[in-house]
Design a protein around this ligand. Sequence first.
Ligand SMILES: NC(=O)c1ccc[n+]([C@@H]2O[C@H](COP(=O)([O-])OP(=O)(O)OC[C@H]3O[C@@H](n4cnc5c(N)ncnc54)[C@H](O)[C@@H]3O)[C@@H](O)[C@H]2O)c1
Length: 437
Amino acid sequence: MNHTTPRRYAIVGTGSRARMYTRALTGTHRHLGRLVALCDTNSTRMAAHNRIVTEAGLDPVPTYPADAFTRMLAEEHVDEVIVCTIDRTHADYVVAALEAGVDAITEKPLTADLEGLHRINRAQARTGGRVTVGFNYRYNPVHLRLRDLVASGAIGEIASVHFEWLLDLRHGADYFRRWHRDKTQSGGLLVHKAGHHFDLVNWWIGARPVEVFAWGDLFFYGDANGRRHGLAADYERGHGSPGAQDDPFALHMSDSPDLTSLYLDAEHEDGYRRDLNVFGPGITIEDDMSVLVKYDTGARLTYHLTAYAPWEGYRLALTGSRGRLELDMTEFSHTTPGRDETHPVRGMPAPKENTRARLLLRRHWREPEEIPVSVGEGGHGGGDAAMLDSLLGRTDDGIRPDHADGGNALLTGLAANASMSTGAPVRVADLLAEGAR
Ligand SMILES: NC(=O)c1ccc[n+]([C@@H]2O[C@H](COP(=O)([O-])OP(=O)(O)OC[C@H]3O[C@@H](n4cnc5c(N)ncnc54)[C@H](O)[C@@H]3O)[C@@H](O)[C@H]2O)c1
């Protein structure tokens, strides 16, 4: 491969997450790749991205409507496309790229449903193209250290994984203001969010899910819960609503130049409202989920995700034949939607805790040993920066998650969703066979 010619990238889905890739390709990583085109259903958001391009001293790149995606790949001689659209649509763009002989990096999740997973797998097998999934958590230095310890045999063969993940009221609530709240768009939090966590477990212990059981509820958000807990305020959306002024859960987009240019100014095109009342009607995802997973290695996972917690972070314990690894992580509370802007959720107290990690190795018959770990700078504990180096750097670091990794994480979430609706455990092989019919 010729490393002197920058690879030609196009981005489809020019919302909030895509800005990281636009900035990298026009700034920190421009020696590795060139941004050559943008594609979205919304031209105002593409224009906002092109302002990032011009602020970096480059010419604006051509923009294409969603139905011209394939034409864009050909006209702009795209080598690799970066998919940052809403989850349900990932499969459409990954498949169209593969069919056009173009590689695809897709934001997580791989896609949001079984049908999309099968389409991606078939297209990948047919074309041999490369699919990468943006599981940035793998690149967090603490998670890499944990993986090294497990691979070195520090705790022997692993039988048990205990994993609790907490999303606080800033971060957790944000999934209930917009498209994520609709299960058909996001697959629910067990696909959209826990997919990161299921991928970490698969990767740490080198295993694939075999059987899944889950329970889940909408306990905190939504209109009935808001009334029951005395939290509901009477408004449909934050922007321009007198009833939202004193609600600590309301998002005030006009307080943030970024939210205004990406969403408020773009609404007239597609009616996408980013600031719905989290205690309003129409939410079809869960906010409290318990999952049990059995793996092909014989290991078992006990997992819980809570999206309405007073602090953000997670607790993990891996127990094996020679000991146990315990990780306690407090994450910098997520500001909506990025750390670099005015916080538009008025009335919510500022985050008090910085990211803090404590990794403990407890070997049989020995004193516990604290493993020194440092959390990286930037988004997702340094995971975002390291992931960009890996994904855009084209080097094979053995970490880069592919379509099979994305599929295994997705299948855990989809099997959990199926289990929640039937009340019975779901075998992943049965789910796959059902989806293939
Ligand atoms: N890895 C991470 O840490 C992380 C963090 C945030 C978001 N994400 C992922 O990034 C993706 C985007 O999330 P976001 O927060 O930027 O959402 P967003 O709503 O800000 O942006 C989504 C964009 O997709 C566009 N879009 C919608 N339907 C489309 C279609 N059919 N064709 C083309 N464009 C379409 C929208 O107009 C919008 O510009 C999601 O898949 C999400 O899971 C990952």
